[in-house]
Write a protein that binds this ligand. Structure first.
Ligand code: MN
Length: 281
C-alpha cells in the first residue's frame, strides 16, 4: 500500500516528520510511539510491505493478557517514521510530542499478509519493553456506520507476561531515555537534536543511526504560544480519536506544554473515559 493519505495530511515544510517514501526492502522492525496530540495515546507500528502498518492505541499496549487494548487502524506511515521522536509543531496534523517508547523486531506467526487481510494478525515482539506473543484482532463492528478500523491488541500467555502491567511506569524513550515532558521542553529537544547528529548509537543499531542522523538534521519550525481557552480544551477532548485536529491544535499544544507529570488535563481524561464507555456499550 502507498502513503498517499500520510502525505495528504501533512505539510513537510512545516513538520519534522519524514516524507512519504515506500521502501523496497521488507524489514521486520516495529515501534511504539507515545504521542501526546489532542489526547495522549500510543501508536503501534509494524514494518510490512515497505511501510509501517499503524494502529493508534488509546491506552497503549499491555503485557497483561487480561487487557484487551482498543487499537484503531490508521494510515500507513513511512518506514523512517520508526525513529521519529520530537515535537510536531502547532498547526500540523497530530501536533504535539512524540516519544519512541519501544522498538525492536517482530516475527509473524504465520503468513503476515494473509493474517492482516483476515484481521487476525499473530506475531512475536522482541523489543526493549515489549516481548513475547501478541495478537491484533479486527473487531466485528456492532455500530452502524463504523469504518471497520477497530482492532484489539492482546498479549498472549508466555514468558513475556507481566500481570498488572502499568504503562505509566515506563515513561521513558528507548532512544534517549527522556520522559515525555522532557521531550516536550523545546530546549531539551533542540539540545538532543544537535548532540545526536554527531553521536549516533553504535554497532548493532546501525539501521537506527542512519534514521537518527536524518531526523537530527532537520530544523524545527518556530512555534507560537497561546493560552488554552475552556472552549478549546473542551474541543480537544471531543476529538479523542485519531491523530489530532487542526481547529484545536494551538490550544492542545499549550495544554501539552503546561501539563505536569500525569500529562492529561482531567477535563480531557473524563471526556475520554466517557467516550470509551460509550464505545464499550
Ligand atoms: Mn499518533
Amino acid at each position: 500500500m502507498a502513503l498517499e493519505e500520510y502525505g495528504r495530511k501533512r505539510r513537510f515544510q512545516d513538520t519534522p516528520e519524514p516524507p512519504p517514501k515506500v521502501e523496497k526492502a521488507e524489514g521486520h522492525r516495529f515501534v511504539v510511539q507515545k504521542h501526546h496530540a489532542s489526547h495522549l495515546h500510543y501508536d503501534f507500528r509494524l514494518e510490512m510491505e515497505g511501510v509501517l502498518k499503524s494502529w493508534a492505541v488509546p491506552k497503549g499496549p499491555s503485557l497483561d493478557p487480561a487487557d484487551k487494548r482498543l487499537a484503531m487502524m490508521v494510515e500507513d506511515h513511512p518506514v523512517s517514521y520508526l525513529l521519529f521522536e520530537g515535537i510536531i509543531p502547532a498547526g500540523n496534523y497530530g501536533a504535539g510530542t512524540v516519544m519512541v517508547w519501544d522498538t525492536g523486531t517482530w516475527e509473524a506467526l504465520g503468513n503476515s499478509h494473509e493474517m492482516l487481510a483476515k484481521g487476525d494478525l499473530k506475531f512475536r515482539l522482541d523489543g526493549k519493553k515489549l516481548k513475547g506473543e501478541f495478537v491484533l484482532a479486527r473487531m466485528r463492528s456492532r455500530r452502524p456506520g463504523s469504518k471497520g478500523t477497530e482492532w484489539l491488541l492482546i498479549k498472549k500467555r508466555d514468558a513475556g507476561v507481566k500481570e498488572g502491567f502499568d504503562i505509566d511506569e515506563f515513561d521513558w524513550s528507548v532512544l534517549t531515555k527522556r520522559s515525555l515532558d522532557e521531550i516536550a521542553g523545546d530546549e531539551g529537544s533542540a539540545e538532543w537534536q544537535s548532540n545526536r547528529a554527531a553521536a549516533p548509537p553504535p554497532g548493532k543499531n546501525a539501521w537506527l543511526a542512519d534514521t537518527l542522523a536524518k531526523v537530527a538534521g532537520k530544523k524545527k519550525s518556530p512555534t507560537t504560544e497561546e493560552k488554552p481557552t475552556k472552549k478549546a480544551t473542551a474541543a480537544a477532548s471531543r476529538s479523542a480519536d485519531g491523530d489530532g485536529n487542526r481547529t484545536t491544535k494551538t490550544a492542545v499544544r499549550s495544554v501539552v506544554r503546561s501539563a505536569k507529570k500525569s500529562s492529561v488535563p482531567s477535563v480531557v481524561k473524563s471526556a475520554v473515559k466517557k467516550k470509551r464507555k460509550k464505545r464499550a456499550s
